[in-house]
Design a protein around this ligand. Structure first.
Ligand code: GDP
Length: 234
């Protein structure tokens, strides 16, 4: 399957983000959770910069991604939370992330103005930006139920229509540890969690399926599917 991924822009404020009427998936997670690695593994090229030193840039990086014949969508890599001055709190969830989701939650509609698509006050015959945006929150499989992640999840589920949970770095756990960690994560979030590894590629097919559902224009397809209970092979 051919995957096209291009870097579109780095935006410091939500107003700098493109509005083209394409579906958008925002990736949210603590700094160092493995977000850049996962983006690169998903699109099978190095579009996102991985960093050993966490959280220098407070920018949203936007990628335009198309897989196979599917309609393109925007992957929006939001700044990580939970590192500012050591405080592990999603309250410090960056202004940009808040602005981004506020923009999506705003009562407004995306419409065509000349060649551009803009947020319009109406009429209701155009696309609702809220309908186009979904969020994937990434959590480190090894650290179930961190307060900063729980806070971010609570905030996101109250703000964004469609959210799903992805546990990263699953390769770092043994088979027995995986089972325990996934159970603990699902109990903490009271929601299914999809285990993945950017290093081994485990779970990426399932993640693509999840992304296809989230970006689908058919509202019946939009409810995130329950990830399979079977764990990826170690
Ligand atoms: P970001 O700050 O969330 O973008 O995190 P990065 O993608 O830069 O990853 C942070 C660190 O975790 C790097 O040292 C990565 O090599 C490592 N890492 C990321 N994903 C995985 C994974 O799936 N498995 C393992 N073993 N290490 C990973």
């Amino acid at each position: 399957m051919i995957i096209e991924a291009t870097f579109v822009t780095s935006a410091a404020t939500a107003s700098g983000l493109p509005r083209e009427g394409l579906a958008e998936i925002a990736l949210v997670g603590r700094s160092n959770v493995g977000k850049s690695s996962l983006i690169n593994a998903l699109v099978r090229q190095r579009v996102a910069r991985t960093s050993a030193a966490p959280g220098k840039t407070r920018l949203a990086n936007v990628y335009r991604v198309a897989r196979g014949g599917a309609e393109p969508f925007y992957l929006v890599d939001l700044p990580g939370y939970g590192y500012a001055r050591g405080a592990e709190s999603a309250r410090e969830f960056d202004e940009l992330a808040r602005g981004y989701f506020d923009r999506a939650g705003r009562v407004g509609r995306v419409g065509q103005v000349g060649k551009n698509t803009e947020l319009l006050p109406g009429p209701p015959d155009s696309l609702d930006l809220h309908d186009l945006v979904s969020a994937l929150i990434l959590i480190d499989a090894r650290h179930p139920g961190l307060e900063s992640d729980l806070e971010a999840w609570r905030w996101l589920t109250a703000t964004v229509g469609r959210c799903a949970l992805v546990a990263t770095k699953i390769d770092k756990l043994s088979r027995a540890e995986r089972l325990r960690a996934l159970k603990a994560n699902e109990a903490a979030f009271e929601h299914p969690v999809l285990p993945v590894s950017a290093s081994t590629g485990e779970g990426l097919d399932e993640l693509w399926k999840l992304i296809e559902r989230l970006t689908s224009r058919n509202p019946n397809n939009r409810r995130p599917p329950r990830p399979p209970r079977r764990l990826p092979k170690s």
